[in-house]
Design a protein around this ligand. Structure first.
Ligand SMILES: Cc1ncc(COP(=O)(O)O)c(C=O)c1O
Length: 239
């Protein structure tokens, strides 16, 4: 399950190759990456399934909910059945255990209206990312998430990794930014660190380092250049 984290494309060429070699299905977590492109093809359209989120903080919002996509007609029928109580289509006959994951019309109308303005939203996200890049992209103690060649990120969230040798911790930076009126989020920890798995895996050192030292910076589409400048000034003053 590759994740197109914060709107940045996962390495689908490598993952697709690996999946073919080991006969694996791919389910892409494209939750924050609607509009992200890999060699011109949509993130979420490489695997057997792709899943997108329309939860409140995403670029395309319907309140909650999301969308599962597939190009395989059999998988499509199966998924449709499971999300509709496992009913035989068009009947009330339950053929297998299912769930109710339907999107209602009002929510869908909200989503469709947002699809119409998604290009504007993506352009604004990319503009904000450009401002961050100009202001802190070359800072010695900060590393920004970047687009790999051939990919186009929607920059859902702009994230920075703080270098290890600072005299201030990531959490202290976040607290001080908060005191200055700037809300941030910690970057997701390595998923293998959660205590929910039957089997224990040591997380990779890179994922651990990024998870412990990185911050999502304010990235909402309504932010002005002056606001981004203030965020960067406050951040740079702290480190
Ligand atoms: C990579 C990724 N996966 C999954 C989710 C969760 O989406 P949802 O809340 O719609 O289940 C998010 C939300 O931030 C996300 O960024």
């Amino acid at each position: 399950m590759p994740v197109h984290l914060y709107g940045f494309a996962a390495d689908m060429a490598a993952i697709t190759k690996l999946a073919k070699e080991h006969n694996l299905y791919i389910i892409e977590d494209a939750a924050p990456a609607i509009g992200t492109l890999i060699d011109g093809k949509a993130a979420g359209s490489f695997g057997e399934f792709g899943a997108y989120s329309f939860q409140g903080a995403k670029m395309l919002v319907t309140g909650e909910g999301g969308m599962l996509v597939t190009s395989d007609p059999d998988l499509y029928e199966r998924a449709r059945k499971i999300q509709d109580h496992g009913r035989k289509p068009g009947t009330f006959w339950i053929e297998e255990l299912g769930y109710k994951y339907k999107m209602n019309n009002i929510t869908a109308a909200l989503g469709l209206a947002q699809v119409e303005r998604s290009e504007n939203q993506i352009n604004q996200k990319r503009r904000i990312a450009g401002w961050y890049k100009d202001l802190i992209g070359n800072h010695d103690s900060l590393k920004m998430q970047f687009e790999t060649p051939g990919t186009l990120s929607i920059h859902w969230m702009n994230s920075v990794t703080l270098s290890d040798d600072l005299n201030i911790s990531r959490d202290e930076v976040m607290e001080k930014l908060k005191a200055d009126g700037i809300d941030t989020r910690p970057v997701f920890p390595a998923i293998s660190q959660y205590p929910i798995w039957d089997r224990e895996h040591q997380p990779g050192p890179v994922a651990t380092q990024i998870g412990a030292n990185s911050i999502n910076l304010p990235s909402g589409v309504k932010l002005s250049k002056a606001s981004i400048e203030r965020v960067c000034e406050s951040l740079v003053n702290l480190i």
